[in-house]
Design a protein around this ligand. Structure first.
Ligand SMILES: Cc1ncc(COP(=O)(O)O)c(C=O)c1O
Length: 441
């Protein structure tokens, strides 16, 4: 049976692994080795001339990591995937790979704080300039801000922390009209809730640290390619330039596209960025991520259902100024969420407290089931004050631009019992607001 015949829930526990190729081990083995024996000099010659595939060194490839890559590629309907050492490595390697040598990337302020900050601090030093639209929802603004040297459009499908929903199909169309790829960070949605390639995304990145793993026990990232983008359209010479290392038996020097036609993007990340920048994913972390992935649907289903109950609860509280999630009653993203996220718009969202800074701190400190830490998508629920932590690198003006006012709290809902979570928040409300005579900001 081909992978394409199998459903998501089968693929998430089976894809990319054949026990017959691994001593009939039922669980995916952890190939905890730095290097692989080359066998003999003839074989080494074939491996290094790419006429035979084989593992050489874990920085550029490892059989445990390979199962993870194949499994996530199958879940997303991608042509290929590459695992890297973190979500940040996935974002950075992707944007470098597309805009290397100079150019621009068009994006939005509605992204993870680390990503936003790297746009400002890192990319310009590498001759890559970042433009940001002011309004994620304004398609005309996206269209008008693409310049001749813009190399990609980059968005988060569900944004951190406000759960804003990008119109993926429309943005893919705008990118393609300009011969550039749409790159999406699908971390908050996961492939269970949303398949961006189906709507035209060319490259998908994940922080697998989050819900793909779901247990908060490993840092990991993934980059996937649809296999459909035309890298030979003249805008991306890095994929068409001849390379000595890829010469064929006649001595003809092939390009990444010629040599690795079905997966030029991820292969180039492997051979240039993993090989030389080196943020490789270790085999044990790949194993933990694979283990987590086996329960992705079950976890995310419960998380979404819990999140929807908690949103309803928060909306009954007079101290809650706003809730940002498509399930919130006044969300402007209901239609886009219906289209792209029929199983739910995830379990990570922000809300604003009509409160002083001291009250916000007290609210966080009064929760006991919600843990206070910087991760999302974990089986455990967590709370965090984004403006001071995950988006704390942004200046007050940048926070305003990114729609993260000082009263913002972000929740990531886990798989605990929803009533216990609501009781925990209720306790925090009582402890924080029982004295109504206090001034509120
Ligand atoms: C949407 C998103 N992308 C990327 C990252 C970076 O991932 P990592 O922490 O695995 O480097 C994060 C981290 O919070 C994130 O929320």
């Amino acid at each position: 049976m081909g992978v394409s015949d199998l459903s998501f829930d089968t693929l998430k526990v089976r894809a990319g692994y054949d026990p017959r190729e691994h001593n009939f081990s039922v669980a995916v083995p952890v190939y905890q080795t730095a290097s692989f024996d080359l066998g003999d000099t003839d074989r080494a010659g074939r491996l290094f001339s790419f006429s035979e595939f084989g593992y050489l060194y874990t920085r550029v490839g490892n059989p445990t990591v390979d199962v993870l890559e194949k499994r996530v590629a199958a879940l997303d309907g991608a042509a290929a995937a590459i695992a890297v050492g973190s979500g940040m490595a996935a974002v950075t390697y992707t944007l470098f790979n597309v805009a290397e040598g100079g150019g621009r990337v068009l994006t939005t302020a509605q992204v993870y704080g680390g990503t936003f900050d790297s746009f400002k601090k890192i990319y310009p030093n590498f001759n890559i300039d970042i433009d940001q639209v002011e309004d994620l929802d304004n398609l005309e603004e996206w269209r008008s801000k693409i310049k001749p040297d813009t190399k990609a459009v980059f968005i988060e499908t569900i944004s951190n922390p406000n759960a804003a929903i990008a119109d993926i199909e429309a943005l893919a169309e705008i990118a393609h009209e300009n011969d550039i790829p749409l790159i999406v960070d699908n971390t908050f949605a996961t492939p269970y809730l949303l398949n961006p390639i189906k709507y035209g995304a060319d490259i998908v990145v994940y922080s697998a640290t989050k819900a793909l793993n779901g247990h908060g026990n490993a840092i990991a990232g993934l980059i996937l390619e649809s296999g459909k983008f035309n890298w030979a359209n003249g805008k991306f010479p890095q994929f068409t330039a001849p390379i000595y290392m890829f010469r064929d038996s006649t001595g003809h020097e092939r390009s990444f596209l010629e040599a690795f036609g079905s997966a030029p993007f991820t292969t180039r990340v492997r051979m240039n960025y993993l090989a030389y920048f080196g943020a490789a994913l270790g085999p044990f972390d790949a194993y933990l991520t694979l283990l987590g992935l086996e329960t992705l649907s079950e976890r995310v289903q419960k998380q979404v259902s819990n999140a929807e109950k908690i949103i309803k609860y928060l909306e009954t509280k007079e101290e809650v100024a706003w809730v940002r999630h498509p399930a919130a009653k006044d969300s402007k993203y209901k239609l886009l969420a219906q289209k792209y996220l029929p199983k739910g718009a995830g379990a990570i969202f922000s809300f604003g407290l009509n409160a002083t800074e001291e009250q916000i701190n007290n609210f966080i400190d009064s929760t006991s089931i919600f843990s206070y830490h910087a991760n999302v998508g974990d089986a455990r629920s967590l709370i965090i004050n984004s403006p001071k932590t995950t988006h704390g690198e942004l200046t007050p003006e940048e926070q305003e631009f990114a729609k993260i006012p000082p009263e913002t709290l972000r929740l990531s809902i886990g798989i605990e019992d929803a009533n216990d979570l609501i009781a925990d928040l209720d306790k925090a409300f009582k402890s924080t607001f029982s004295d109504k005579s206090e001034d509120v900001a």
